[in-house]
Design a protein around this ligand. Structure first.
Ligand code: ZN
Length: 358
């Protein structure tokens, strides 16, 4: 191991060259609608941990600063990605990937609520929780979906490079089935506005893009969902949106799979990338299905279970308070906001701000 000197450098990078002191004012100027909504989200199969809690905290702290300094009408909107795939429900049949979505499995949402309640109390910013239904019920949704489907020949290869197809899916309506063609490779699009989906067990089923009831059945892969969400927010007449997400979504992903294909990027919401919390290898801390069972045992062993277990963190004396104060300081000094932080650094800062290990 390399011993270090505990000296923290903040070399300027990303947005910090240009927003050294005036980030909040700039963001406020960019939001020209009466209301401002900070969008944060998570997949229900990923439980809260220091990494995504840090992203949520950034959203609440920015919202609070815009309200405090510019009297803006702010709120936080937490939207579950309940169309995410359910673990251990994926199968490959004749070379096509099928899966079930969490919406189909039922989800346990409480740990996120506890985190959001505390952040709302600390910041004084109200929040509400939605599911993907929120976008589906938006009046702009049918038009946005039809426009995306109409552009499928160009959008498919652009945002789904491995299949070239739009990642649109609908669960098989057969009772107890719910399988979806993950990448939409067998979908057929008809001139009359219907889309035919295929279940390997029960055959074809259809969605009529002109029927709002039918449209509710649609699910999208991540880049397409992101694009549709951004197009819907672009059309919001009374709310300016700021999408607050982890900075792992910054860069090539967003440039190629979203911004290059927007017809009116000037109307699109701001995407604000929160600092990532990085493990010893520089990978983001994660508690999703992509992390092996028993991951981060060394954090348990080091008495740092709070980093990967939200309940432990919320029960730690001055735990989330210390994190909120730390993030508030990043917002006040934006050169600290456009970078990532290691678990060691964050642990040191939280202790310095009075956190007592549980
Ligand atoms: Zn089926």
């Amino acid at each position: 191991m390399i011993r270090h000197d505990q000296v923290v450098h903040h070399p300027l990078g990303r947005g910090s060259y240009y927003f050294k002191t005036n980030l909040v004012g700039y963001l406020s100027d960019q939001c020209n609608k009466d209301k401002i909504a900070f969008h944060i989200g998570a997949q229900p199969n990923c439980s809260p941990h220091l990494g995504n809690i840090c992203t949520f905290t950034t959203g609440f702290a920015l919202a609070r600063a815009m309200n405090e300094q510019f009297q803006r009408d702010v709120k936080v909107k937490f939207v579950y990605v309940d169309s995410a795939p359910a673990p251990n429900q994926s199968v490959s049949i004749d070379g096509v990937q099928y899966q079930k979505s969490l919406k189909h499995m039922g989800t346990e949402q409480t740990p996120f609520v506890h985190v959001l309640d505390r952040l709302s109390d600390l910041s004084g910013v109200l929040y509400n929780i939605e599911t993907q239904k929120y976008w589906h019920l938006n009046p702009a949704f049918p038009g946005v979906v039809r426009s995306v489907v109409a552009r499928r020949e160009t959008l498919g290869p652009h945002i789904s490079p491995e299949t070239g197809k739009l990642g649109i899916r609908a669960s098989c309506p057969h009772p107890g089935c719910g399988l979806t063609d993950k990448h939409g490779v067998k979908n057929q699009y008809h001139d009359d506005g219907r889309v035919t989906f295929f279940c390997p067990h029960h055959g074809e089923h259809h969605v009529n893009l002109a029927s709002s009831q039918d449209l509710e059945r649609l699910e999208f892969n991540t880049p397409l969902r992101n694009l549709i969400r951004i197009l819907i927010c672009s059309q919001d007449a009374d709310t300016s949106w700021i999408m607050c997400t982890g900075s792992d979504y910054a860069g090539f992903y967003q440039e190629q799979l979203t911004w290059r294909i927007l017809e009116h990027p000037e109307n699109a919401p701001i995407i604000f990338y929160a600092p990532l919390v990085l493990d010893w290898s520089g990978a983001k801390l994660s508690k999703s299905m992509y992390v092996k069972e028993g991951a981060y045992k060394y954090l348990h062993d080091a008495g740092r279970k709070y980093m990967i277990d939200a309940t432990t963190f919320l029960n730690a004396e001055r735990g989330i308070e210390a994190l909120y104060e730390e993030v508030k300081n990043w917002v006040k000094n934006p050169y600290m906001l456009f970078r990532n932080y290691s678990i060691e650094y964050l642990d040191m800062r939280l202790m310095a701000r009075g956190m007592r290990l549980p």
